[in-house]
Design a protein around this ligand. Structure first.
Ligand SMILES: [Zn+2]
Length: 298
C-alpha cells in the first residue's frame, strides 16, 4: 500500500476520506485488510482493550501524530474488524478530537449509532466513525454493484455479501437496505422481541414494530418453525403485520424472510416491489380530460 495521511489532508467527511483512500489504493483487496490499512495510516499498535464495558478505543495525542487502536478481545472477529475501522475513522476525521487524557473509548451502542441529535457532539462523532467503518469495509462502488445482483432481496444473498466483505450480517444489512433498489428493511430480533430495525425510510414506509416489543404473532418468524442458520423461503405476508396501512387504501405486497441465528437471535428481511412495479391505478397515466371522458362514457 502507498496511501499516506498527506493524501487525505483535504478530506473532512467519512465519505471523502474513503474516496481518497480508494483513489490512492485502486487495487485494495476485498475483504479490505483493515489492520494493514490502519498501520499504513500511522496506527502503530492494534491491541486488546483492558477496560471492561467498551468495544473499542483509540489512544492518540491531540495533534494525532500517530495512534494506537484498542479492541474488545471477547468480540467475534468480524465485529472486531468493524471496531478497528471505526477507531481508524476517529483517528482520520480532522474534527474528532480525543479527550483530555488523549483517547476515545467507544461502547457497543456507539458502534450501532446511525443518527445523532445535532447538539450531541460526541454522538455525532460516533455516527461519523460508523459511516467511515461501513464505507471502508464495504466500499460503495463495489458493494452497490454486489447488492444489486440477484433478482429479489434475499437473506442468502446478504449472508454471501457478509462473507465476501468479512463483516457481520448486521453490518452488511445496514448497507444492503441502503443500496438495494427495492424498499428493504431488516429487523433484528431476539427471543421474539424487536431489538433493532434498519431501513432506508426514503424508500421503505416506517415500521409499526417498536423496539423491545414482541414481533407480531402473524409474522413469518412466529407463524412457522425455522431451522437455525438456514434462510427461510420468501413469503408474502399481510403488510399490516409490519407497517401501518391506512384504512381504505390497498396495502402494498410485503415479503418476509427469516434467518434464525444462535442465542435466540433472528434476522427478518422485509421487502416490497420497486415503486414502478406495483400495480397502478389504470387511470394513473391518463390526463384529467381523458379520465373525465372515461367516466362520462361509462
Ligand atoms: Zn467511537
Amino acid at each position: 500500500m502507498t496511501v499516506s495521511r498527506i493524501d487525505l489532508a483535504d478530506a473532512a467527511t467519512p465519505e471523502k476520506l474513503v474516496l481518497e483512500i480508494l483513489k490512492n489504493e485502486p487495487g485494495l483487496a476485498i475483504p479490505v485488510p483493515i489492520e494493514a490499512l490502519a498501520r499504513q495510516l500511522d496506527i502503530v499498535d492494534i491491541l486488546p482493550l483492558e477496560t471492561d464495558g467498551y468495544e473499542g478505543g483509540l489512544i492518540t495525542p491531540v495533534d494525532k501524530f500517530n495512534g494506537s487502536i484498542l479492541f474488545n478481545q471477547a468480540s467475534p472477529r468480524r465485529r472486531r474488524r468493524f471496531t478497528i475501522a471505526h477507531e481508524l475513522g476517529h483517528f482520520l476525521m480532522p474534527s474528532h478530537v480525543p479527550s483530555a487524557e488523549g483517547r476515545f473509548l467507544c461502547r457497543l451502542q456507539d458502534m450501532l449509532a446511525l443518527k445523532a441529535n445535532e447538539a450531541d457532539r460526541r454522538m455525532k462523532m460516533e455516527v461519523e466513525a460508523n459511516r467511515f467503518a461501513a464505507n471502508i469495509l464495504m466500499p460503495a462502488p463495489l458493494f452497490r454493484k454486489d447488492a444489486a445482483a440477484g433478482k429479489d432481496p434475499d437473506l442468502s444473498h446478504l449472508v454471501k455479501l457478509a462473507d465476501k466483505y468479512d463483516v457481520s450480517k448486521e453490518a452488511a444489512s445496514r448497507s444492503y437496505v441502503r443500496y438495494r433498489e427495492e424498499p428493504v428493511a431488516v429487523v433484528i430480533a431476539r427471543h421474539g422481541k424487536v431489538l433493532r430495525v434498519y431501513g432506508d425510510y426514503a424508500k421503505f414506509p416506517g415500521l409499526s414494530a417498536e423496539r423491545a416489543r414482541p414481533v407480531s404473532p402473524y409474522s413469518l418468524l412466529r407463524r412457522r418453525t425455522h431451522q437455525e442458520g438456514v434462510p427461510s423461503d420468501i413469503d408474502e405476508t399481510d403488510a399490516g403485520v409490519w407497517i401501518d396501512v391506512q384504512r381504505g387504501r390497498k396495502p402494498p405486497a410485503l415479503y418476509e424472510q427469516v434467518l434464525l441465528q444462535r442465542d435466540g437471535f433472528a434476522m427478518i428481511m422485509l421487502s416490497m416491489n420497486p415503486p414502478d412495479e406495483d400495480e397502478e391505478d389504470p387511470e394513473d397515466d391518463l390526463t384529467s380530460a381523458q379520465r373525465l371522458r372515461r367516466r362520462v362514457d361509462r
